[in-house]
Design a binder for this molecule. Structure first.
Ligand SMILES: Nc1ncnc2c1ncn2[C@@H]1O[C@H](COP(=O)(O)OP(=O)(O)OP(=O)(O)O)[C@@H](O)[C@H]1O
Ligand SMILES: [Mg+2]
Length: 295
């Protein structure tokens, strides 16, 4: 099936989880929403994290205060070792903060866990084929085989991989693996999608393609996305907002709203200026040495 026809078909269905929505509408709403506190999807109050080791303690994060709005595409940048992955792990409930609280939909998280993480290496199951990988979480939820296959195929269509449903992970390129990881996360209808440098290992052409696809999927699914990257241009290209973390220990240093329509023009003076400002702020921080993070 023609992939764009497949996406349109999914979006036309009244019962579909992938709603129809114009790209322009989404951009406008994303920009408008950024100032509306009542639309908070994720809130962090004074979140701190210390790692204890034989050699001492590392204060990875200190007093993080952050609100991510419903439907927002927020990017986090910061020097290596400043605590970005630690922060995502806390939000995903893979670890616990030492202080502070993390609220999802303004409530303390429950055990059902509607936060889903996409890692840099996709982290697919090599013993399952593509379709089974995407359907895995639905199976854990107890959905029937027929329903989960149908839903998984819809999301494989969304990431343009329906023809690869029967392939195994080792038969896929890096970009295809990340698309499978995206379909596997989205099929669970997460409240928030957490992406830890998902495109870091990909070549520039594949990255550019996935930027377009990710924005299109974000627009259609209205998923809230928190995206971590080292790449300032990537953050400014994708994000409604770019949040800068500093190290020693990790804390929110500054944020920039990216007030330009999509698709963003990388050559535009505005785009270049936002990138320049963020790069200068990051350069001012330097790298994080392990000794400096120790307390
Ligand atoms: N499980 C752990 N045990 C001890 N220290 C840890 C652990 N995980 C992370 N750290 C320390 O916490 C700090 C933040 O690490 P983290 O991986 O969150 O950084 P990061 O910003 O994601 O870095 P990068 O950009 O290189 O991925 C580092 O000093 C790291 O050494
Ligand atoms: Mg990291």
């Amino acid at each position: 099936m023609n992939p764009s026809a497949a996406i349109k078909r999914i979006c036309r269905r009244p019962s579909s989880r992938v709603p129809d929505f114009s790209f322009e509408d989404m951009v406008e709403k994303a920009v408008d929403r950024s100032n509306l506190a009542e639309d908070a999807k994720l809130t962090l109050h004074n979140v701190s994290k210390v790692f204890s080791m034989d050699r001492g303690k590392i204060q990875a994060l200190q007093a993080i205060n952050l609100t991510i709005m419903k439907g927002e595409f927020a990017c986090i940048v910061g020097p290596s070792g400043c605590g970005k992955t630690t922060l995502l792990n806390l939000i995903a409930e893979l670890d616990k903060p030492d202080q502070g609280e993390i609220l999802l939909n303004e409530e303390k998280p429950d055990a059902s866990g509607h936060r889903l993480m996409i890692f840099q290496d996709a982290a697919l199951f090599p013993w399952l084929n593509v379709l089974e990988n995407v359907a895995f979480g639905l199976r854990m939820r107890g959905m029937s085989q027929q329903d989960r296959r149908m839903l998984a195929m819809e999301y494989l269509s969304l990431v343009k991989l329906e023809r690869f449903a029967q392939c195994f992970v080792h038969e896929l390129s890096g970009g295809m693996k990340q698309r499978v990881a995206l379909a596997r996360a989205l099929v669970m209808s997460p409240d928030i999608l957490l992406m830890d440098e998902p495109f870091g290992a990909l070549d520039i052409q594949t990255r550019e393609l996935l930027y377009q696809e990710l924005q299109e999927i974000w627009q259609r699914t209205q998923t809230t996305i928190l995206f971590i990257t080292h790449n300032v241009e990537e953050a400014v290209y994708l994000g409604d907002r770019v949040i800068i973390l500093s190290g020693h220990p990790g804390t929110v240093q500054k944020e920039h709203h990216v007030n330009s329509s999509r698709p963003r023009q990388k050559e535009s003076p505005y785009f270049q200026e936002v990138c320049r400002q963020i790069s200068l702020e990051l350069l001012g921080m330097g790298g994080i040495q392990l000794q400096e993070a120790m307390i």
